[in-house]
Design a protein around this ligand. Structure first.
Ligand code: PAF
Length: 266
């Protein structure tokens, strides 16, 4: 990109930017002298039956939002630029095994491979990611450590609609009826967080029971639940309650799959 000097900040995105991205870009622009955003819908992180071709592409509006957030350098590569004829894939073991990794085989290989390529091209000092994709945060942290990548990671808390629904580019797929139902995910996690905070020494067995009850409640409300669990975000494994543990959920409403997570805090 031919940029020199100061602190280069980087917000990698797949476009269809919303207020969640805006918060990342604003923070990046505030903290870094050269804020850079990338927009690239990465084919390698979509499974064969997933929504790559219908993933929203809104470049003009995206560029406007980048500018408003203070990010004037926007990198919009094509697949040829990122991958060329290369066939190398980065696989991060452990943290990419369960949850999204189990349900979307190959997804995190695609994420790690593209993020590594983008880091090498953009060469940021700091990179910004949302906690909304908590397992992605774990995969990227692990990769940065394993490959000694010279970049500091900054994870920012999820931005929500006033009814609790986490902002996501995929929310636009929701029908009006399902949009009303969607905040139930956040409400359910919040209820579970309260239960856990009442009994902070809860063993994992009882925790499993509570999680199962919440999964059943979501199923009864019309969700098709992939998982709901309490995890340690460093290992992405089930955990007991600690200062860092988070509740994670993934569920489908109609044909739209939503993921979300919250820290367990009073
Ligand atoms: O979080 C996303 O939008 C994507 O997974 C990322 C990090 C831009 C890689 O394609």
């Amino acid at each position: 990109l031919g940029l020199t000097g100061g602190v280069r900040g980087f917000v990698p995105t797949m476009g269809a930017l919303h207020r969640g991205h805006f918060a990342l870009m604003e923070q990046c622009a505030k903290e870094c002298s050269t804020p850079v955003v990338s927009i690239f819908v990465n084919p390698k992180q979509f499974g064969p039956t997933e929504d790559f071709s219908r993933y929203p592409r809104t470049l003009e509006a995206d560029l406007e939002l980048c500018k408003r957030a203070g990010c004037k350098v926007v990198f919009t590569p094509d697949s040829e630029t990122i991958y060329g004829n290369a066939t190398t894939t980065i696989h991060v073991e452990g943290v990419s095994e369960l949850y999204e990794g189990a349900i979307r085989p190959g997804h995190f290989d695609g994420v790690a491979t593209v993020v590594n390529a983008l880091f090498n091209i953009v060469q940021p000092n700091v990179a910004y990611f949302g906690w909304k994709d908590v397992q992605q945060c774990a995969v990227i942290s692990n990769m940065v450590e394993a490959l000694h990548l010279p970049v500091r990671l900054q994870f920012c808390e999820t931005v929500r609609e006033s009814d609790g629904l986490a902002l996501s580019s995929r929310n636009r797929y929701l029908s009006a009826e399902n949009r009303k139902l969607a905040p139930t995910l956040f409400r359910t996690m919040t209820e579970l967080a309260k239960q856990i905070l009442h009994q902070p020494n809860l063993g994992r067995e009882l925790m499993d029971e509570y999680c199962a009850e919440k999964r059943d409640a979501l199923t009864n409300s019309g969700f098709e639940v992939d998982y709901l669990d309490v995890i340690d975000p460093a290992t992405m494994r089930p955990s007991r309650f600690t200062a860092n543990s988070r509740i994670i959920v993934a569920a489908k409403i109609g044909s739209t799959r939503l993921i979300d997570n919250i820290p367990i805090q009073s």
